[in-house]
Design a protein around this ligand. Structure first.
Ligand SMILES: *[C@@H]1O[C@H](CO)[C@@H](O)[C@H](O)[C@H]1NC(C)=O
Length: 919
């Protein structure tokens, strides 16, 4: 969290106050605090360059080397040749590395390559390149995946990926290409020329830039693309990335990837927020493709409107993009798709699939800055019970500590933290405390003493511990890039080291961009120095990632290696999905921020981070009751579902806004709890495939153009479609239901035809939500205090039949907390209904371990939607039981006619194989 009054050193309070009083508008986003492209020399230079105006680069000395293709890039402009290496990974991935040969005279320092992001087993998935085809002179091409090849044009240098089988012209049928516009530029490290100025200044800050300019620019073209998506984190109400340059685009900024603590961010801006993932996906009717550049320095990315290069002949079948990075090397991955799910799988095969969260973490979280003391905690906890609202986790923000010293407790406000956690744990509830990276420079603070003695802090340019201003006042920051320091950090979470913690305490990493209130752009200066002499500029966007990693590993260690951690992080980078959840930071309680949360969470999901959500209600400001209710209704579907608020806001626990609103928020939270079995099954899916829990419609309906830029509706898995309500007092809403099959309203059971837009009246008690025909969704309909109190509860299956009167679905169950599922301790069922028969069978790959998970849970209710009238009997067959049940009509909503058939108490065990016949 961030607050203007609190973020400034004390002597500035008066000025800030004055500014707030004099400020004519309430827009607090201080644009001037952040650099734009024109104030950023590498960006300004690269952006103003015209296509094909640099001395052309050519490829020489092509050879097979280390299982890939090696070559040199030369031009009249380049002092030392650039080394190029291409390799291929299983599943349709081409990797391009370009670095300078630092051994050639004069030798230079090595440029930074981001460690510990790519999966360690990636090398085992290399396809060994043993043959280059030279069927066309001046080109080298080789096999990439079935139906795809890589093509390297030598002069001028261009790399592309194309479909094979459609002709011998190597420039035909391309899906991706690099340097097609000759914008590739690699600033080589060199010594300073006489009188040359390397320092850069921004506001009152000077960046010494001891190694001089070292930026890299490249152009990437996505062929056959209607839209491009990805590169979080930005706030935009459009899911597809809008062009930032070219005909029809007003003067605009490129998308910036630079992790920053942006105070009161706008709901519509290309400025970078808290996290960065340099991964873009293109999609069109013919194909989906991806481009990922593993580089953690500041990046700026332009999406170019058709005709940007030649207004006379715009090509709207292709989207050109320009990528500019301040430092590092080219380590880029081309993903061939061809479908949306293929691209996401390819990307997560590089950076990892999301880890399987503990089950409580996907239920509802209650947070506020701050729950004041133990009494306040007890009262909020009791409030949920009094109002019959389930919740799983209560959060404590920075004020719980002893003077912002993390890992400590305020002795007056929280004298008995263990007892407090135990009381929550009795109801199956957990607690989360905040642990930020800024460490108070206080010699009596054990953590500071240790970090200082061991030399574990990031250093300033002169070699002293870097000292910045944050919540804890004068603070230093652990050099978390160093594996040894990560190890040290992770030990701090043991029950012995973290006094007052218990096994049901989990962690929140905030401010890990890192946020430095008095630093340039509210972050750490670029010329501070990390482990191995790495400059902060080189690693900036990954700092929060390593912090998240070390914290999550700390919780794993605390649990002896067999308890799943839960850590929420604000900053993120490619691969953060392996360590826990992220949220979209300090949003605002207005309707636009509710709307923008959906494309933001969808974008995170497309780029690997499925476990995310926005603060429900909005962090800053006071939501009107209607907005808060609508936010709960949308938020109940976010993969990460947490209510949170700034300390200057009025209290807004879900029962404080009148009985009617309490009932509406209770119902929204109940919706989430009833769908937990479905969500948990989806989290299992994403942990295997990377395909996100909350997905854009086009991921499920890739051939339906209507869906490509729909940011108002979203899918939960393949089975549910949800449409948010984002306007005050909205009376009706148009919802596009894709596909040929119909959709059933979750609440009323009424069916609607697919492939068209429907206009619905908006009701206050829910947002439009639908189950796709042909699917089966497992639910649990009994409400308890928390998810862990539901473990023995029976299930309901909702079967929505398609036009062939068939449907299919899954249920995944395990112990919800350990890693035993990795050895096979789980139940994974497939339910298929066809020809009047519902069967349950086990999904279990042959190589899964021997460990078993047992459950006596049964199915207590089966609801059929869309079954023609006349079913009289349901015959049950299991290994040891046969039974005959009379199905009945089901009225889903009071006052309406029956729309469904229900089989009550079939009491079929989820662990068993069985069949149920409808006669
Ligand atoms: C209906 O659903 C079943 C099960 O998912 C599927 O196999 C079948 O193809 C679907 N029928 C139609 C017409 O889509």
């Amino acid at each position: 969290m961030a607050s203007p009054a609190n973020r400034a050193p004390p002597h500035l309070h008066f000025l800030v106050l004055l500014f707030l009083l004099l400020s004519p508008s309430i827009t607090a986003w201080k644009k001037d605090e952040f650099r734009n492209c024109n104030q950023t020399p590498f960006c300004k230079r690269a952006r103003s360059r015209k296509p094909n105006t640099l001395p052309p680069l050519s490829v020489s000395d092509v050879s097979l080397s280390d299982g890939g293709l090696a070559a040199r890039l030369i031009s009249s402009d380049i002092s030392r040749p650039l080394l190029l290496h291409l390799s291929v990974y299983h599943g349709g991935i081409l990797r391009l590395k370009i670095d300078e040969d630092s051994s050639v005279d004069p030798p230079s320092r090595s440029r930074f390559q981001v460690p510990d992001v790519l999966l360690p087993d990636l090398n085992d998935r290399r396809l060994w390149l043993s043959r280059l085809s030279s069927s066309s002179p001046g080109f080298s091409s080789f096999y990439l995946a079935d139906g795809f090849e890589a093509v390297l044009r030598h002069d001028p240098f261009e790399l592309s990926v194309r479909r094979t089988g459609s002709g011998s012209d190597p420039t035909q049928d391309r899906i991706l290409s690099l340097n097609s516009h000759g914008l590739f530029d690699f600033e080589q490290l060199r010594s300073k020329n006489d009188g040359e100025e390397w320092e850069e200044r921004f506001r009152s800050h000077t960046d010494s830039r001891p190694y001089g300019p070292q930026s890299i620019t490249l152009d990437v073209s996505f062929h056959d693309a209607d839209f491009v998506y990805g590169i979080p984190e930005h706030a935009s109400t459009s899911l597809a990335l809008r062009p930032t340059r070219g005909p029809g685009v007003d003067d605009s900024e490129p998308y910036r990837l630079f992790n920053l603590d942006v105070f009161e961010y706008l709901h519509e801006s290309p400025f970078g927020l808290y996290g960065s993932i340099p991964f873009m996906i293109s999609h069109g009717e013919r194909s989906t493709a991806g481009f990922f550049w593993l580089n953690s320095a500041e990046m700026q990315i332009d999406v170019l409107a058709p005709g940007w290069d030649d207004p006379e002949s715009p090509d709207d079948r292709r989207i050109d993009t320009l990528w500019m990075s301040e430092a590092g090397v080219v380590d880029a991955f081309f993903l061939v798709g061809p479908g949306p799910k293929d691209v996401i799988q390819q990307y997560t095969s590089l950076t990892g699939t999301p880890s399987m969260p503990p089950e409580f973490a996907i239920a509802y979280h209650q947070c506020r800055w701050n729950y004041r003391d133990e009494e306040d905690v007890a009262a909020v906890d009791a409030g949920f019970d009094e109002h019959d609202i389930p919740y799983d986790v209560l959060w404590l923000d920075i004020e719980h500590t002893d003077g912002k010293r993390y890992f400590t407790w305020d002795p007056v406000l929280f004298p008995n933290p263990e007892e407090m956690q135990k009381k929550l744990a009795e109801k199956g509830r957990k607690m989360v405390t905040i642990v930020d990276p800024h460490i108070k420079r206080d010699d009596s603070f054990f953590l500071h003493k240790e970090a200082t003695e061991k030399g574990y802090y990031v250093k300033d340019g002169s070699g002293r511990d870097y000292d910045g201003w944050c919540w804890s006042g004068s603070s230093s920051y652990p050099d978390i890039l160093n594996p040894e320091i990560r190890e040290w950090w992770s030990e701090k979470f043991s029950l012995q080291n973290y006094k007052g913690s218990t096994p049901t305490l989990y962690i929140w990493n905030d401010m890990n961009e890192p946020s430095v209130f008095n630093g340039p752009e509210v972050t750490m200066p670029r010329d501070t120095v990390h482990y191995g002499g790495i400059e902060h500029r080189e690693v900036h966007n990954a700092y929060g990632y390593y912090f998240h990693m070390a914290t999550a590993n700390g919780l794993v260690k605390r649990g002896g290696g067999n308890v799943r951690p839960f850590v929420l992080s604000r900053a993120f980078f490619a691969g953060s999905q392996r360590y826990g959840a992220v949220w979209t930071g300090d949003n605002t309680a207005d309707w636009d921020h509710l709307r923008v949360s959906v494309p933001m969470v969808l974008t995170l999901g497309l780029t690997g981070i499925t476990f995310s959500g926005a603060d429900v209600g909005g962090f800053f400001g006071n939501p009107e009751p209607e907005l808060l209710v609508r936010w709960y209704q949308v938020g109940a579907y976010y993969p990460f579902f947490r209510g949170h608020a700034h300390h200057d806001t009025r209290r807004r626990e879900p029962w404080l806004l009148g009985e009617r609103n309490t009932a509406l928020m209770r119902e929204a939270i109940h919706t989430r709890y009833s769908l937990l079995p479905y969500y948990y099954t989806l989290f299992r899916e994403t942990s295997v495939t990377g395909v996100p829990v909350m997905r854009p419609l086009w991921v499920e309906f890739p051939n339906d153009k209507e869906t490509y830029n729909n940011a108002d509706a979203f899918m939960i898995g393949s089975n549910l479609l949800i449409q948010g309500i984002y306007e005050e007092g909205q009376k009706s809403v148009s919802v596009y239901l894709p596909g040929k099959q119909s959709w059933y309203n979750l609440k009323t059971g009424v069916g609607y035809a697919g492939g068209m837009t429907h206009k619905f009246d908006v009701s206050e008690d829910c947002i439009p939500s639908f189950q796709r025909a042909g699917t089966i969704v497992p639910r649990r309909e009994r409400f308890r205090r928390s998810s862990s109190q539901m473990v023995n509860d029976p299930y309901t299956l909702v079967i929505a039949l398609n036009s062939s009167l068939a449907a299919e679905g899954e249920l995944y169950v395990d112990d919800g907390k350990s890693y035993d599922f990795e050895q096979g301790a789980y139940i994974h069922r497939r339910f298929i209904f066809s020809n009047g028969k519902l069967t349950s069978s086990s999904i279990r790959p042959a190589n899964v371990g021997e460990k078993k998970f047992s459950s006596d849970c049964v199915i207590e209710r089966i609801i059929f939607l869309g079954l023609p009238h006349g079913a009289k009997r349901a015959l049950i067959e299991t290994e040891n039981r046969e039974a005959d049940i009379e199905p009945g009509p089901l009225i889903l909503r009071a006052g309406s006619s029956p729309t469904a058939l229900v089989v009550r108490k079939p009491n079929l065990r989820i662990a068993d194989d069985w069949t149920l016949k409808i006669l």
